[in-house]
Design a protein around this ligand. Sequence first.
Ligand code: G4P
Ligand code: NA
Ligand code: NA
Length: 190
Amino acid sequence: MELLKRKIIEEGIVLSDQVLKVDSFLNHQIDPLLMQEIGRTFANRFRESGITKIVTIESSGIAPAVMTALELGVSVIFARKRKSLTLQDDLYTEKVYSFTKKEESEVSISRKLLSPSDRVLLIDDFLANGEAALAMARIVENAGAEVAGIGIVIEKAFQNGGSKLRELGYDIESLARVTSLQSGSAVFAD
Ligand code: G4P
Ligand code: NA
Ligand code: NA
């Protein structure tokens, strides 16, 4: 997606050869027009996939997930990272190990929100080692539902998440594939 790549080049800050900071449009401030275009692009890619629901993880996945959901006419479930006062239903809970943060956390979705007839599109802002996407997929599959696709805004193709998920047979669309951050700027796959 050309607009997204331009945004990354113009506003992204390469913090190290592993980490790209995009706080000005994705992880802190949100650019709604860019987000609308992201939603349209995911929706066009997965329009024939029979999607009934979108699943993401709070917080940065929510904006692209909602814009995609608006285009597809479905609801968004965001997996929660903390047990909340109101989220006390029976839950699907999965562990997520972050190689970046070197810590394990948990994500949960209420059992009421997923059914075996759902065809789910997973959306996330970044794909690094794929642990977050795999946790979402396990929740969907534990509910007896199907992961019909995975939409990623920025894939760091030099980490192994993309190849892991593709080997498992998931249909993945990444809007920007960054192959290297080593020169101090982002290099794209195409
Ligand atoms: P993984 O799920 O693919 O294995 O990723 P990892 O554990 O490395 O990611 C942990 C958090 O860091 C996630 O956000 C992920 O989106 C984010 N992240 C990973 N690599 C980058 C990067 O290069 N740049 C930026 N900006 N973020 C990255 P999170 O902690 O769940 O937070 P939130 O932003 O969704 O609230
Ligand atoms: Na994130
Ligand atoms: Na995320």
